[in-house]
Design a binder for this molecule. Sequence first.
Ligand SMILES: *[C@@H]1O[C@H](CO)[C@@H](O)[C@H](O)[C@H]1NC(C)=O
Ligand SMILES: *[C@@H]1O[C@H](CO)[C@@H](O)[C@H](O)[C@H]1NC(C)=O
Ligand SMILES: *[C@@H]1O[C@H](CO)[C@@H](O)[C@H](O)[C@H]1NC(C)=O
Ligand SMILES: *[C@@H]1O[C@H](CO)[C@@H](O)[C@H](O)[C@H]1NC(C)=O
Ligand SMILES: *[C@@H]1O[C@H](CO)[C@@H](O)[C@H](O)[C@H]1NC(C)=O
Ligand SMILES: *[C@@H]1O[C@H](CO)[C@@H](O)[C@H](O)[C@H]1NC(C)=O
Ligand SMILES: *[C@@H]1O[C@H](CO)[C@@H](O)[C@H](O)[C@H]1NC(C)=O
Ligand SMILES: *[C@@H]1O[C@H](CO)[C@@H](O)[C@H](O)[C@H]1NC(C)=O
Length: 583
Amino acid sequence: MWLSTSAVFVLFSQISVAITENTKSEKKPHIIIILADDVGWNDFSLHGSNQIPTPNIDALGFNGVILDKFYTQQTCTPSRAALLTGKYPMRLGLQGTPIDAGENRSLPFNTPTMAEHLKKLGYSTHLVGKWHLGAACKKHTPTKRGFDTHFGYWEGYVGYFSYEINVTSPIDAKKNFSGFDLHDGFQPQWQLQGQYATELFAKKSLDIIEKHDTSKPLFLMLSHLAGHTGHDGTELGVPNKTRTDEVYSYIKGSERRSYADLINIMDQSVGEVVQKLSVRGMLENSIILFFSDNGAQTEGMFQNFGSSWPFRGLKFTLFEGGVRGTAAIYSPLFEKKNYINRELIHITDFLPTFYRAAGGNVKDLENIDGIDQWNVISKNENTARSHILLNIDDFSGYSGILGFEGRYKLLNGSFKDGLYNKYYGESGRNSENPTYNISSILTSPTNIAIQKLKGMKQLDSQKILQLRKEVTLDSCRSANNTDIFLCNDLCLFDIYSDPCETTNLIKDADKQKIVNNLKEKLDNYLTKIVPAANKLVDVRSDPNKFNNTWTPWLICNKNNVYISNNYIDKIINFYIKCLSLIL
Ligand SMILES: *[C@@H]1O[C@H](CO)[C@@H](O)[C@H](O)[C@H]1NC(C)=O
Ligand SMILES: *[C@@H]1O[C@H](CO)[C@@H](O)[C@H](O)[C@H]1NC(C)=O
Ligand SMILES: *[C@@H]1O[C@H](CO)[C@@H](O)[C@H](O)[C@H]1NC(C)=O
Ligand SMILES: *[C@@H]1O[C@H](CO)[C@@H](O)[C@H](O)[C@H]1NC(C)=O
Ligand SMILES: *[C@@H]1O[C@H](CO)[C@@H](O)[C@H](O)[C@H]1NC(C)=O
Ligand SMILES: *[C@@H]1O[C@H](CO)[C@@H](O)[C@H](O)[C@H]1NC(C)=O
Ligand SMILES: *[C@@H]1O[C@H](CO)[C@@H](O)[C@H](O)[C@H]1NC(C)=O
Ligand SMILES: *[C@@H]1O[C@H](CO)[C@@H](O)[C@H](O)[C@H]1NC(C)=O
């Protein structure tokens, strides 16, 4: 009898826990992150270029907050690692070049992701699109790292229609490991091959919002392929190239026209998501963050013809063109909106900021590098962040730190002897470009949805022009500046007075205190480094063995011991096991 009484008691206490959690979770904001890939500072019309119209992203920023001193990491894997863990990638071994398809590397198991943290607070968690944080074994992939669902791809990029990615075979440089990488959880989605990635990922995100139980908080990350190059690493896939060339006929290069279109289509997805949140009555309690994971790749490997004008440097570099990120964030919950935020903010800060917004206690997040910037963004208070470790890449041998509230940047060495260290990209300020179309901002689905909310200040053309002017950088580089700055003996730049990084101040007598301070900080971080864990592509990953599909080829068991998942290795492992039992 006593047993059933206690069972009733347990049942009762569970119900009351469920009730308190439910009432609490009603107030938790929905958190939506929309991530662009390799899109430059100058490829968003809010920054002053008229070449690529991005009315929805502009409307999000002008209604909300544009983060002007937002810094991200230099490439995909480090950025995504920093976003999801709140840690500098050099503390995860992920600071080097991004994870290759077929490479056995991942987020460390002992570091919880944003999805894992938010799940504990009662969130439904969904990832659509790119992961790029490891897929050697199932335990590396999103649905094992806190996401209830993942629809998308595990590797760095795929074809915009084919969803295939090739890497060079580690044993025969003339051969490719080629495979399909579009999965719903672990199910390959061959039947969707041929559909356009940006539209497909948008549609899946709308489905998630449509089906979401609105009594629960939602965490949705829409992680786009656009504007990375697809397929063989050169594709700039658009749905109808004839139409693209007509609409963007004012742009000279054919590739840049395609790039413009694929950015504009991504912009439309932002509008669709905001509109869907509005229709479902979720927008009034949402936080929507849009940003690009790193700067443009105007030239070279994965050349996408993007532009980080007027900044120096491309993706991979620690110059402003590589790491000064475009970010717009909107929430009706902000006390201060319609403004340009000039506080120093790093990509690692979003985890504690959102965790706090979700009602979590930031002190629970152990050993992170990000800081809670909720009041900084929502009230425009001063930030507590004084510096940012830009990166220490021990794999390629370059590092950098930004200190003194973001004023001074110290660089030590550069990526591949200065490849990508120059000035690149379109200014978008030429007379052949159209004028900025303010009515397209005002009539964008994003603006219409936001303006429907109660008590929302109406955005008008004057406000748009004023904010755009405030956030636009004029050309800050001299046309004749061709210095590359290898920084092997360190470089120092004054980002406030010289955002284009034209002048190395390392030898200035009056800057030596600053140099020493930053050197000391950088050296201090160096002692905390987890060495870059880059590996060669694993022969056993060859998609040939898995119906031409990228498939986790290793098994990580309970103790995270890795065993191969293909049958020959299974047989070998079996024999080894038998042998070890006999001997
Ligand atoms: C995969 O990587 C993990 C972590 O570095 C390592 O412990 C393991 O031995 C690797 N497995 C294989 C089969 O390479
Ligand atoms: C392998 O893929 C690369 C691009 O990823 C391509 O340039 C090369 O031609 C391919 N090689 C073969 C043999 O298919
Ligand atoms: C990928 O590799 C396969 C096999 O080597 C090859 O047939 C195909 O053309 C490659 N695709 C690209 C885009 O390089
Ligand atoms: C592609 O665009 C052109 C020009 O706008 C149009 O005439 C054509 O019908 C489109 N093709 C398809 C398949 O939609
Ligand atoms: C500006 O945008 C509006 C709304 O999208 C559109 O109707 C109009 O044609 C555009 N104007 C120009 C000059 O492109
Ligand atoms: C570069 O241009 C600036 C003016 O923009 C000028 O002062 C300087 O002398 C020029 N340098 C060279 C090397 O031509
Ligand atoms: C600069 O990098 C080199 C290695 O590339 C390292 O030995 C040196 O300590 C670094 N300097 C600072 C100030 O971190
Ligand atoms: C194997 O790949 C083909 C496409 O090449 C696909 O149609 C088929 O469904 C796949 N089989 C399985 C079991 O996934």
